[in-house]
Design a protein around this ligand. Structure first.
Ligand code: ZN
Ligand code: ZN
Ligand code: ZN
Length: 147
């Protein structure tokens, strides 16, 4: 006996199982999914076609009506905002740590902290970058003096 609620639950279950097993989640498809994706080659292409069609029709890529003045629906806007903010934060942290580590490494090795070439003795930068910085500082002093 299949009540509607029961069928929804088993669809979700099936989706999860197929996704975890690395199979295309599209109904009746027996292809392996592209690694990291939920669809096989064929269905991913179909999905992209549908997305392009939705966008061409002025709808959100998922087919929902868009929020006025935006190119996405409410659901996608919220999803995208959360997702990209998290990713942005994560990237920023990694990038900050990586560049700090690189800076310290180069400084300790007597290399230019900007490009990794040999630094001018007693400085943290190579001739080129030390010059550039001196120039920038001179310009800044000039513009301050002319104020
Ligand atoms: Zn498929
Ligand atoms: Zn949407
Ligand atoms: Zn340099």
């Amino acid at each position: 006996m299949a009540s509607p609620g029961r069928r929804r639950a088993s669809d979700r279950e099936r989706y999860r199982e197929r996704k975890e097993g690395g199979w295309c989640v599209r109904n009746g498809c027996d292809n392996e999914a592209i690694p990291g994706e939920v669809f096989c080659d064929y269905h991913k292409e179909l999905d992209e076609e549908r997305r392009a069609k939705n966008i061409a029709e002025g709808k959100c890529r998922c087919g929902n009506p868009v929020v006025e003045g935006r190119s996405r629906c409410q659901v996608c806007l919220v999803y995208h905002a959360t997702y990209s903010r998290e990713r942005y934060q994560a990237n920023k942290e990694t990038e900050k740590n990586a560049s700090k580590a690189r800076y310290n490494e180069r400084k300790a090795a007597g290399l230019c902290v900007r490009c990794g070439k040999l630094a001018v003795p007693g400085k943290t930068q190579c001739e080129y970058h030390a010059d550039r910085q001196a120039e920038r500082e001179a310009r800044r002093r000039e513009s301050n003096a002319s104020l």
